[in-house]
Ligand binder design. Structure first.
Ligand code: FES
Length: 386
């Protein structure tokens, strides 16, 4: 029931007739609400009148059961069913759509996130459109005038309120429109599944599975990077430029640094987005300082005066690559964390709390840098699985 302070448009042809505000003051004696001859709507109207509300216009949008009424019912039902189908599409895509990274312009995995977004959007829009259409086209049109007052509710008022609420439920048509009731249920059930999908998804999909399909290599993607020798026939992985060419010590000047990638297929692609590494050529005195400070697990990880650190910030994953030679600090541009290169890339400023992971490196027989093993600790943000 809507309340207003003035009669609105369409107040002719009313069930109760049109009344002025002055007429509302002089009301007839109260009805006996326990009179069994009264209908529920009589109680609703009486309740409204006792509260100073006059229902001046009340009529259905379309004659119940008319063609227009049934057509609108079908429209609303179709919207709910569309919402349900889109919600089910979300769940199906969430479970079965290929989600693991695959290279190539036609890789379906690229559409995983867009498909989830589109199906969820259609589902939400359809359910919203269905509810709005129901309210605007199937609920009765009502205009009421209310005189406001402050009083607690009596038992009688509460009884009237109960009847009012029951009448409102009837007005929605849920009880007498089984098509809409079923469509609403069918539409809402998949949306409930959508809400549950992230909770139960981890039970359906195991991220700790073999990403590469390599025999004998069945590790979680979170547990290795592109530097793992298992990805290179158990051979140490070469450090390469982005174009895939290997790197010699002479390629990095003293005090300089370069971003390197694993020398494997797609090593510089998003498939190994956790692998970019900063190779730094330290000055002699700074290299000596670092050798003195090396954590036990980082012993033997340097190659001469060269050291390699993960380029994934341990705060939130940005690339800390602003290298300040004079202070030997590596700066992360996102939130200004600073890592001390001569002390295992320990964070000395900013929100990062963990050192950058150090990649064990050496120079192979042909004079190129290689990673002698994968990182010893997980790279990236501290909240990541460890
Ligand atoms: S991501 Fe590096 S400081 Fe926040």
């Amino acid at each position: 029931m809507s309340a207003d302070t003035a009669s609105g448009p369409g107040t002719t042809g009313t069930e109760t007739g049109q009344r002025t505000a002055d007429e509302l003051v002089a009301e007839p004696a109260e009805l006996d609400v326990y009179d069994p001859r009264l209908t529920r709507f009589d109680l609703v109207r009486e309740g409204a009148r006792r509260k100073g509300i006059e229902i001046v216009h009340y009529e259905p949008r379309f004659p119940p059961g008319s063609r227009a009424d049934r057509r609108m019912e079908r429209v609303v039902a179709s919207l709910f069913l569309l919402a349900g189908a889109a919600g089910m599409g979300f769940v199906v895509a969430y479970i079965w759509w290929p989600w693991e990274y695959a290279d190539g312009a036609t890789a379906t995995s690229k559409f995983y996130t867009p498909v989830l977004g589109v199906t969820l959007a259609i589902s939400m829009l359809a359910i919203g459109a269905g509810i709005t259409t129901w309210a605007k086209k199937l609920l009765p049109h009502e205009v009421s005038v209310e005189h406001r007052h402050d009083q607690p509710s009596s038992d009688t008022d509460r009884k009237i309120m109960g009847a009012t609420l029951g009448n409102m439920l009837d007005e929605t048509g849920v009880t007498r429109r089984p098509l809409l009731r079923r469509a609403l249920l069918l539409g809402l059930a998949p949306i409930g599944l959508v809400a549950a999908a992230p909770l139960v998804g981890g039970l359906l999909k195991d991220p700790h599975t073999n990403r590469t399909g390599e025999p004998g290599f069945n590790a979680s993607p979170q547990d290795y990077t592109g530097w793992n020798p298992a990805l290179n026939d158990e051979q140490p992985v070469r450090l390469t430029f982005e174009n895939g060419s290997p790197i010699r010590p002479a390629d990095v000047s003293v005090g300089g640094q370069v971003t390197v990638f694993p020398g494997i297929d797609h090593g510089a692609s998003n498939e190994y987005a956790d692998s970019p590494t900063l190779l730094i050529h330290l000055r002699e005195e700074f290299a000596a300082e670092l050798r003195q400070n090396l954590y036990p697990m980082n012993q033997d990880s340097m190659a001469g005066n060269f050291v390699a650190y993960s380029k994934i910030c341990t705060h939130a994953g940005c690339p800390p690559s602003l290298f300040e030679q004079q202070t030997n600090r590596l700066l992360c541009p996102c939130h200004q964390s600073q890592f001390l290169i001569t002390d295992n890339a320990r964070p000395i400023f900013g929100p990062a709390t963990r050192s950058l992971a150090m990649l064990p490196i050496a120079v192979d027989n042909e004079g190129y840098f290689v990673a002698t093993s994968d990182y010893q600790v997980p790279v990236g943000p501290s909240f990541w699985e460890r």
